[in-house]
Ligand binder design. Sequence first.
Ligand code: FPP
Length: 241
Amino acid sequence: MGNPTHIAFIMDGNGRWAKRRGLERSEGHAKGAQVAEATVRLCADHGIRYVTLFAFSTENWKRPESEVHFLFQLLSEYLLEHTEEMINKGVRIRFMGRMPGLSPALRELIRKIEARSLHCDRLQMILAVNYGGRQEICDGFRKLHEELNTRPPDQKEEILDTLSEGFYRYLYLPDVPAPDLIVRTSGEKRISNCLLWQSAYSELYFTDTLWPDFDERCFDAALKEYSGRKRRFGGLDEQPS
Ligand code: FPP
């Protein structure tokens, strides 16, 4: 099997990386942001078309306020520093998550970056921010409910009868294909509310490497493992999702 079209990364282990070095957790996140940037570059070099980075989950608000504040600061700095370069390399930058929960300043930055990079078509980088898979499904149900209210009964029935295939279009980014591969670092073996609907047939790859140590060698190892997997999507032969 060739390279994945879409890889999602659950970037875990920044805190442990810092602790092992006697550093502040924030320093682990700062190193994690550098690794995120390098990873997007690797994806572009390998012809990957979509990369999702799980940057801040709806559950991450439970962390101390100072850490939450630091993570958003880091995200804004990362965007301000790297957007230009990414656009020049053909990277379209998109966001998924509950945008109303973000500060007006960040929302404005996001709006501008999404508009400025709209034409880029080499690679799409999707930053999941204030994102939760369950929340995305619930928000999708809300959209579905609103749409059903505008439809005559026969169309309602048709939408509901085909919902397991059709629900995708109520998700945040319906034009983005489901991830072929989800990589989680730091040894935890769970997907923690990441892309719940989309991950139904994703290949999962877990590595003990902490996110700040995730380098080209680790990236290549994940792709190699993926290339040996047999994807059957519930059938007998490999088929597109
Ligand atoms: C998990 O490590 C990581 C996060 C909750 C945040 C991920 C954020 C980054 C990698 C940096 C910002 C990203 C971008 C794209 C600018 P953890 O803190 O849960 O680590 P631990 O489990 O070892 O404590």
